[in-house]
Design a protein. Structure first.
Length: 143
């Protein structure tokens, strides 16, 4: 049975735009379906919006990557979920609340590089959610 995971937008960019070597194990586990990536339409919409940022447009041009390729990678691997209700935990950054709500609702791992999310790791664990920025470091504790 695959573990469910919520990936914030920066992790998604590391995977499908920057091809960060630190995400290689995450990429493998997604492809092998060891990990079930869940998201909402709002998360996809955020990714689509972020891909229009000038510094990312420049990075895509440098790597000969089109925004559609990143969105296609998202669509091919994600399982879209309904937007959950707000959970008891509140993030300082309202833009990150959607990731927390989904992770807690589905008891899913939350991979994020956002400081406002990472500082909530202990509180998230009380709700059954492992949170961190590095899949390779979290993987042994959840598999």
């Amino acid at each position: 049975m695959a573990i469910s995971a919520v990936l914030d937008t920066n992790i998604v960019l590391d995977l499908w735009l920057f091809s960060d070597p630190a995400t290689e194990l995450l990429r493998q586990d997604l492809q092998q379906e060891t990990l079930c990536w869940i998201a909402t339409q709002a998360m996809r919409d955020e990714l689509e919006r972020v891909l229009t940022y000038p510094h990312l447009i420049a990075r895509m041009a440098f790597g000969a990557i089109r925004p559609a390729q990143v969105l296609d990678a998202f669509d091919a691997r994600v399982q879209l979920q309904a937007v959950p209700a707000k959970v008891a935990l509140t993030c300082k950054d309202p833009d990150d609340q959607k990731f927390i709500d989904l992770a807690v609702t589905h008891q899913a791992l939350l991979l994020s590089k956002d400081k406002a999310v990472l500082c909530m790791a202990k509180r998230m664990r009380l709700h059954g959610v492992h949170t961190g920025s590095n899949w390779a470091a979290l993987r042994p504790s959840v598999l």
